[in-house]
Design a protein around this ligand. Structure first.
Ligand code: AMP
Length: 296
């Protein structure tokens, strides 16, 4: 496996179909599931590791974002990646970034409303990665369901030839969605954080029992979220999977998403709801502790 820092080097070591897994590093099993999917469908798997300053709206969040390239490279190699692309900020943004990508209403609700400029930062960096790496396939997690809608819309509307895939959420054994930020939760905060997935699972049960009114699912989830000093909810909402637009009655693929601050850590999670099958995708749980905590 090669570690490279420039787009030219990524392309010169790529061969056959290229699968790209964009990440911000500090990898966990959620990222590894994307690498495995890429491996099964491409000759070359490129994992980008770049903490993108453009998509952070709080300096403290950017500063405290966990980073460990040696650890990430080892995990990528074990998972079968061929290339780790770890550019410096000065390579991704050599001069002031004047051209940015916005994706209209897909980016306006939920995360977009609470994190102004966030999705322009995401869409811009993903556009640069697609243009610079030129992958055949790119893999994203449904854990960031609105981001997946933003990226899919951008790639389609701007005619990027890359096929975008969205994969199910990987969870810790207790149900908490894996996120690099989880390492910042102390045991007390972790107890509060667990309420998020429990709230979503309550609503998922109701969906599978036949509830289709978005408002009623939101209420069911809210009932579990006892807001206190440790837990401040930003939103609980249902949106269409395709464009993250609002929906009152779930008659097309949708997701119930929430975001909350747990202590100083902002977490997001969702369950995917498919009215055709009547199934709520709650993601996959690990059977033991995550590699985030030093295990293997
Ligand atoms: P990040 O490093 O958080 O920017 O995430 C990189 C990619 O991994 C994104 O496409 C995320 O949606 C995906 N991802 C993050 N957490 C998970 C998870 N728990 N399960 C599946 N995919 C995930």
């Amino acid at each position: 496996m090669k570690i490279v820092h420039a787009f030219d080097d990524v392309r010169s070591v790529s061969d056959g179909r290229v699968g790209l897994v964009p990440t911000m590093g500090f990898l966990h099993e959620g990222h590894l599931s994307l690498i495995e999917a890429a491996k099964s469908q491409n000759e070359t798997v490129v994992v980008s590791v770049f903490v993108n300053p453009l998509q952070f709206n709080e300096d403290s969040d950017l500063d405290e974002y966990p980073r460990d390239l040696d650890r990430d490279a080892l995990l990528c190699e074990t998972a079968g990646a061929d290339v780790v692309f770890a550019p410096d900020v000065s390579h991704m943004y050599p001069s002031k970034q004047r051209a940015t990508v916005t994706v209209g209403c897909v980016a306006e609700g939920m995360e977009g409303a609470h994190r102004p400029g966030h999705f322009a930062g995401v869409a811009t960096v993903v556009a640069k990665l697609l243009a610079g790496v030129r992958p055949d396939n790119a893999y994203f997690g449904r854990k960031d369901a609105q981001q997946l809608a933003v990226v899919t819309t951008m790639a389609r509307d701007l005619a990027f030839p890359t096929r975008i895939s969205g994969l199910t959420t990987v969870r810790e054994s207790d149900g908490l969605a894996l996120a690099s930020r989880n390492v910042r939760l102390d045991p007390d905060l972790r107890g509060s954080a667990l309420k998020l997935s429990e709230a979503l699972f309550d609503a998922a049960d109701a969906f599978e029992a036949g509830h289709r009114a978005a408002e009623s699912l939101v209420h069911i989830a809210m009932d579990r979220l006892v807001v206190g000093r440790d837990l401040q909810v930003d939103y609980v909402e249902v949106a269409r999977a395709e464009d993250a637009g609002p929906i009152a009655t779930i008659d097309t693929e949708s997701f119930l998403a929430l975001a909350a601050r747990v202590g100083g850590v902002r977490l997001i999670d969702n369950v995917h709801l498919d009215p055709d099958t009547g199934i709520a995708d709650r993601g996959n749980r690990l059977s033991g502790p995550s590699i985030l905590y030093g295990g293997s």
